[in-house]
Design a protein around this ligand. Structure first.
Ligand code: M6R
Length: 597
């Protein structure tokens, strides 16, 4: 969602801001803007892609500025509603990510005090509140303004005549980039990778002041606090396309490496017992949104099979409103970004209910890591495409590892079975690579989807959640309506929708308990003349006879089949969306990091 950048130093601020905003594009946005002290405040904002702002931007000299990519929540996407916003004197400017809940009351009150409002946004009240409290000290004015606000925010502010930037956060991400004779603030580290790999994370409720040679951080009580620098291991190249036509394709092709890195980290967990040092819980609850929720669903099968422990699932957006039975499961919260507002709220609620919490995330230093008792990192590297690909696959890896750890500790798994599973996991980078080697075959197979209006994905057992993820991927980037179904449910309703124009993608993995039943379900589909694209094991002739197109994956134990099958789904979705000319990395209406509830 919205991206924030602030710069104070010796470089041309306009160049830094535009470069950083480019890096923040992946978060999702519909307008962008910057404000620079030149030395008077010069502000430029534009609805639409960043390039529309770039071509309209005059040459602006100045070394201090703030910038923003907006993902509309309050007020439609337009030039007027784009950030930054300035006060009535035209000297104070701010950018904001989050939602101000009491903005109507504040707007009414400030309007009476003859403030001019130029937009329909909630954000604009912030700059007028700061103006109200400003008497030469921006830090104090921001603090007083934030005290009047109800809601969530990451805010950056500056005032004409000063090289100081003030920033504040509540439940929205904010990080300080540490430079030499220059400093930065940003929504996330990817914005900073061209300039620095040293960061300081800003905690909830804190306010910071940065100048080119000084960083000060204040806790909610106003006390100055010291914060260690954190060195980020991602580099600028990791966040570039590297010759691929889209980030999504690059990120799919990075999956063997991502799995390898994820396994390296995870194996320490097994060897050292780093996480879950005691396993005094009798059940697990997994909570997440979107693709991360689909990973959790796969995780339920894995956990129940390997660790023989009951698992329940809850969507993060529902959990905090659920009655909450008197039970104390281990709560596992899964979020690639670690910033999804619903998942963070669920993490807080789980703790409030007295549960032990474990987070699975890809982003070191993300808010989730501070809201849970223990963390497992997926180590997939930066993921820029809005569609979760390598982060989804590495979430599965983390779940296999946690299941093995819990299963072994609870004696549900013996030594040999544990090593059997670990050895199977070690094969996964190679298995995935061999699916990627069939990319051109999968590209050809995607033709079956390109003209479709509706597509059904069917699977059973552990590949039921896999098909939910396949359908989510396809609809998200190709805008084709897609539904994932447990194949046994077809005849309870959706069969009525099948005809020769409705392709069905079916997963049937030999040796899976449900394999024969899947073949029967595929026959039912074929009888309705739906074109069938089947995904199954290499050499499965029976499946080939039932389907119009078959994509084979290497034979693995059924429990691990979601990994190769998902890679096929990701590639199919990518190629279908590409042939339809869709905006693959930044699908309409979607954001990478969903920081509002
Ligand atoms: O960062 P998170 O894993 O918490 O994000 C959750 C969902 O917003 C995310 O998985 C979304 O569904 C993806 N765009 C799917 O590809």
């Amino acid at each position: 969602m919205c991206g924030i950048i602030g710069y104070t130093g010796y470089r041309q601020a306009s160049e830094v801001l535009m470069e950083a905003l480019k890096r923040l594009e992946y978060r999702g946005y519909d307008s962008a803007g910057i404000a620079i002290l030149s030395p008077n405040l010069s502000m430029h904002k534009q609805k639409g892609e960043l390039d529309r702002l770039r071509v309209r931007l005059p040459k602006i000299e100045g070394n201090v500025g703030i910038g923003h990519t907006r993902w509309a929540t309050c007020g439609k996407p337009s030039n007027e509603n784009a950030h930054p916003f300035v006060d009535c004197t035209g000297k104070i400017a701010i950018v904001h990510n989050g939602i101000i809940e009491n903005y109507m009351q504040l707007k009414e009150q400030l309007g009476l005090e003859s403030n001019r409002f130029t937009s329909q946004t909630d954000t604009e009240v912030i700059v007028h509140l700061i103006e109200k409290h400003f008497n030469g000290n921006l830090l104090d004015a921001v603090r007083l303004a934030m005290n009047e606000i109800k809601g969530t925010y990451a805010v950056a502010a500056m005032v004409q005549g000063s090289n100081e930037l003030i920033a504040a956060r509540k439940e929205n991400p904010l990080v300080i980039g540490v430079g030499v004779n220059e400093n930065f603030i940003a929504s996330d580290v990817t914005a900073l990778l061209s300039y620095t790999n040293k960061v300081k994370y800003v905690m909830d409720g804190e306010i910071v002041s940065i100048t080119p040679d000084r960083i000060r951080i204040f806790d909610p009580e106003g006390n100055e606090v010291q914060r260690e620098d954190f060195v980020v291991t991602w580099n600028a190249e990791d966040a570039q396309k590297g010759g691929f036509s889209h980030f999504m394709l690059k990120e799919i092709f990075e999956e063997p490496q991502a799995i390898h890195n994820s396994l390296l980290g995870a194996l320490d967990i097994i060897k050292n017992g780093d996480i879950l040092p005691n396993v005094q819980f009798n059940s697990i609850k997994m909570i997440a949104c979107g693709s991360s929720f689909n990973a959790a669903m796969v995780g339920k099968y894995i956990m129940e099979e390997m660790a023989k422990i009951p698992v329940t699932l809850e969507l993060a957006s529902e959990y905090r409103y659920s009655p909450g039975a008197k039970e104390f499961p281990l709560v596992i919260l899964i979020s690639q970004s670690g910033e999804t507002a619903d998942t963070l709220a669920a993490a807080r609620e789980a703790r409030r209910r007295g549960c032990r919490t474990l987070g699975i995330t890809n982003v070191i230093g993300s808010t989730l890591t501070r809201e849970v008792d223990e963390v497992v990192y997926t180590r997939a590297g930066p993921e820029i495409g809005v569609a979760a690909t390598k982060t989804f696959i590495t979430q599965l890896i983390a779940l296999y590892i946690i299941a093995i750890r819990v299963g072994y500790a609870k004696r549900a798994l013996g030594h040999d079975s544990m090593w059997g599973y670990l050895n199977e996991l070690r094969k996964m980078p190679g298995i995935v690579q061999s699916v990627l080697d069939r990319a051109s075959e999968i590209e050809k197979a995607s033709n079956i989807l390109v003209e479709a209006r509706d597509v059904f994905f069917i699977g059973r057992n552990i590949n039921y959640p896999t098909v939910l993820e396949g359908a989510l991927k396809l609809k998200e980037i190709s805008y084709i309506h897609a539904e994932g179904y447990a194949a046994g449910e077809l005849k309870h309703g959706p069969l009525a929708l099948l005809d020769s124009k409705t392709p069905v993608i079916a997963v049937a993995i030999q040796k899976d308990l449900t394999y024969d039943k899947m073949l029967a379900n595929i026959s039912e589909v074929a009888a309705r003349e739906s074109p069938v694209l089947a995904i199954g094991c290499e050499g499965d002739r029976e499946l080939a006879q039932l389907s119009d197109v078959q994509i084979s994956v290497p034979c693995v134990q059924p429990l691990f089949s979601p990994i190769p099958v998902t890679i096929v789904f990701q590639l199919l979705s990518y190629y279908a969306a590409n042939k339809r000319g869709c905006s693959i990395d930044k699908p309409k209406n979607l954001a990478k990091s969903v920081t509002v509830e």
